[in-house]
Design a protein around this ligand. Structure first.
Ligand code: ADP
Ligand code: GLC
Length: 489
């Protein structure tokens, strides 16, 4: 049975800031069902409720001394299970680093936090006496693991058959730190030279380390895998990625339909399916009520659930706003992020209370309700490695309006106003150019199409019938695990 250590900085239901947590809380469970032995490793953040999740101190392991930045820190492992599975979850606990208000910080020792996590995972594996075939690392927070394993821990024959996969969920977050991060991690300075495997514009990048040293690199959609090889989307990593092109794969994320299906969703007031869309309208009414907004069946409600940052297209949204206000539509926005965009949204709600509603916070329950209650869902991303919300939107009959990039391009099929022979299978609206005019034109197109109930119903039901469950993508990961496990050292 192939053994996989899945290492990640957030996972549902324990800790979440974005889609990474959705992936990490589901994929390990599906891998296990498909016959892998999986252990999940995440940091024990302060916000993770030890009682609710029944976390147990592992006494066999006890306290592990780990050196970071010249200090020995005491680390221990708390254990639990991923719900509805036998996947063992190992929480790497070191209060000095993880008892902070947020998962990610701008504190001076952010590098140290994830150096400790990375070393903690390796040392815990040794003490669990469990040598995985593959350590599956995710994003920059785990990027040092492939390097540590190949160098600092190469003395340990226990890891002789252990290989690494590094999955890029977002190339925009690169784990860039001053050069002294190397000394803090006890990493050999010989790796640090211009254009070398960990050097990035005079700094150290943990993400680049992952890309350079992992046996295989993946990203979360086929289109994004091609895009990050270009200057426009590579965010400076395109050259190292081109060097490793033969080992780079794009696998589309799946979603967890046991949580995200309007027929069974426990977080929405009215369950519905493609055959009972009148129940969906009740959710719309309920959602609008929560924001003291008038309900008008014929006026489309456009939902947004997003981190409010430039990546997600908020600069073109802001540019288009004077025209968007004039459209015959209502808007509900859930999300938080950059202040200038949050301020714009607050201003919209204050100035046009019947048209705009917003909750500038993180709310899991409301994210489900927005999916259920909206007629359309807007996601005009500048770039999008995969994107999960548009996939949820398809299932909820909340027709996605997206920019044609990354995972959005791989999951939404544009309606061409009936002019294309492919239109019979359209699931949404998309545009190519990253501009306010393209965004505006496409939202207009969607609103116009909404008037034609037959066409709209067809686009909506096409989307609701799509299936992005994890099974086939998890099998693609297993193929890669087998491929890499066969590799010698
Ligand atoms: P990303 O990971 O880049 O933020 P994804 O579309 O992959 O984008 O995933 C976002 C996830 O985070 C979704 O599950 C979405 O519902 C959730 N989410 C984003 N913002 C909020 C919020 N303010 N409140 C609740 N959930 C949110
Ligand atoms: C990142 C990406 C998003 C992707 C998610 C899970 O946060 O921005 O597109 O869906 O990771 O892979």
């Amino acid at each position: 049975m192939i053994k996989i250590a899945f290492v990640v900085s957030e996972a549902v239901p324990f800790a979440k800031t974005g889609g990474l947590a959705d992936v990490a809380g589901t994929l390990p469970r599906v891998l296990e069902k498909l016959g892998c032995e999986v252990k999940l490793f995440i940091p024990k953040y302060y916000s993770i409720d030890e009682i609710k999740f029944n976390l147990k101190y592992n006494w066999k392991i006890g306290e592990i001394p780990i050196k970071v930045a010249g200090h020995i820190r005491s680390v221990h492992i708390l254990q639990s299970k991923l719900p509805d599975s036998n996947v063992e979850v190992n929480f790497v606990d070191c209060p000095h680093y993880f008892n902070r208000a947020l998962l990610y910080t701008n504190d001076f020792d952010e590098d140290e936090r994830f150096i400790l996590f990375s070393k903690g995972v390796i040392e815990a594996l040794q003490r669990l006496n469990w040598a995985p075939n593959v350590i599956h690392c995710n994003d920059w927070q785990t990027g040092l693991i492939p390097l540590l394993l190949k160098d600092n821990y190469s003395w340990d024959k226990f890891f002789k058959k252990t290989h690494t996969i590094f999955t890029i969920h977002n190339i925009g977050y690169q784990g860039k730190f001053a050069k002294d991060a190397l000394a803090k991690a006890d990493i050999d300075e010989r790796y640090f030279y211009p254009t070398g495997p960990i050097e990035f514009y005079n700094d150290v990048s943990f993400m680049k380390a992952g890309i350079s040293f992992a046996d295989i690199i993946t990203t979360v959609s086929p289109t994004y895998a091609n895009e990050i090889l270009t200057r426009e989307y590579g965010a400076g990593m395109e050259n190292i990625l081109i060097q490793r092109k033969e080992s780079l794969f794009g696998i589309i994320n799946g979603v967890d339909y046991s949580t995200w299906d309007p027929e069974t969703d426990v977080q929405i007031p009215f369950n519905y399916s493609v055959n009972s869309l009148e129940e969906k309208i009740k959710n719309k009414k309920y959602l609008l009520q929560q924001f003291d907004m008038p309900f008008k069946k014929e006026i489309p409600l456009i939902g947004i659930v997003s981190r409010i940052v430039e990546q997600k297209g908020f600069d073109v949204f802001a540019e288009a706003i004077n025209d968007l206000i004039k459209l015959s539509a209502q808007w509900i926005i859930l999300g938080s992020g950059e202040e200038k965009f949050e301020d714009l949204i607050r201003w919209l709600v204050k100035s046009y209370p019947d048209k705009f509603g917003a909750y500038i916070m993180f709310s899991d329950i409301l994210s489900h309700l927005v999916e259920a209650g909206s007629d359309m869902f807007l996601m005009p991303s500048r770039y999008e490695p995969c994107g999960l919300n548009q996939i949820y939107s398809l299932k909820y009959g909340s027709v996605p309006i997206v920019r044609n990039t990354g995972g959005l391009a791989d999951t939404v099929r544009n309606w061409h106003d009936g002019k294309s022979k492919n239109d019979a299978s359209s699931t949404g609206f998309s545009f190519n150019e990253y501009s306010s005019s393209a965004l505006l034109e496409t939202v207009r197109r969607a609103i116009k199409t909404f008037e034609d109930k037959i066409t709209w119903g067809k686009i909506q039901s096409n989307g609701m019938k799509e299936n992005f469950s994890w099974d086939s993508s998890a099998k693609e990961y297993i193929n890669l695990y087998n491929l890499v496990a066969q590799k010698g050292n």
